[in-house]
Design a protein around this ligand. Structure first.
Ligand code: GAR
Length: 206
């Protein structure tokens, strides 16, 4: 409906610090064109669900049972998105790869945060701490984070924003992960969410 904020679903799998950054930014009025209306986790025990509940945001749990076809898993997610009139999806530490069919339904309406400077250390198998382990193993001196649109290629969609973070002598994957989150992810993701939410709202109002 014209005038209303873009309804956002955040998809998570774990701790949810990026979800928290979005919730905090929304609380400070920094996402004026969007509203986090739903948080979906594929893991029932994800701490991110508690963060959502504490913020009064509706949650849904859509696990993928062992041996369950991906279509059935994605159908559950789509059902939750439709039930909440979602217009935009933010992947914030969501550790499942969405099918080409799924993403084709949401062209330039799904964004993802990835903890490296794409095209380095990205694609299948590069997630969470593994990304930082790979960066340290390679010996790069600068890493960072990227927010990008999600298409059928893992971490291959158009880049929206990037921020560089320096690697320091003696960094462990955990220390580096924390620095990338603090200096890049938690800043970039809410800003990108606002940019995309604004575009979608304007498109709806045209
Ligand atoms: C974040 O570092 C995020 O960039 C990364 O997982 C972490 C989730 O932390 N995502 C990926 O690696 C996706 N390929 P969080 O649950 O605390 O937001």
């Amino acid at each position: 409906m014209a005038g209303e904020k873009t309804r956002i679903a955040v998809l998570v799998s774990g701790g949810g610090t990026n979800l928290q950054a979005l919730i905090d930014a929304q609380g400070r009025g920094e996402i004026p064109d969007g509203e986090i209306a739903l948080v979906i986790s594929n893991h029932p025990g994800a701490y991110a669900l508690e963060r959502a509940a504490r913020a009064g945001i509706e949650t849904a749990v859509c696990p993928r049972a062992k041996g369950e076809p991906r279509e059935a898993f994605e159908a559950k997610i789509l059902g939750a998105l439709q039930a909440h009139d979602i217009e935009m999806i933010v992947l914030a530490g969501f550790m499942a790869i969405l099918s080409a069919d799924f993403v084709a339904r949401w062209p330039e309406r799904i964004i993802n945060i990835h903890p490296s400077l794409i095209p380095s250390f990205c694609g299948e198998g590069f997630y969470g701490l593994h990304v930082h382990e790979a960066a340290l193993r390679y010996g790069v001196k600068v890493t960072g984070a990227t927010v990008h649109y999600v298409n059928e290629i893992p971490d291959g969609g158009r880049i929206i924003a990037q921020k560089a973070v320096e690697i320091r002598e003696g960094d462990t994957p955990e220390v580096l992960q924390r620095r990338v989150m603090e200096q890049a992810e938690w800043i970039l993701l809410p800003r990108a969410a606002q940019t995309v939410a604004k575009r979608i709202r304007m498109e709806r109002e045209q």
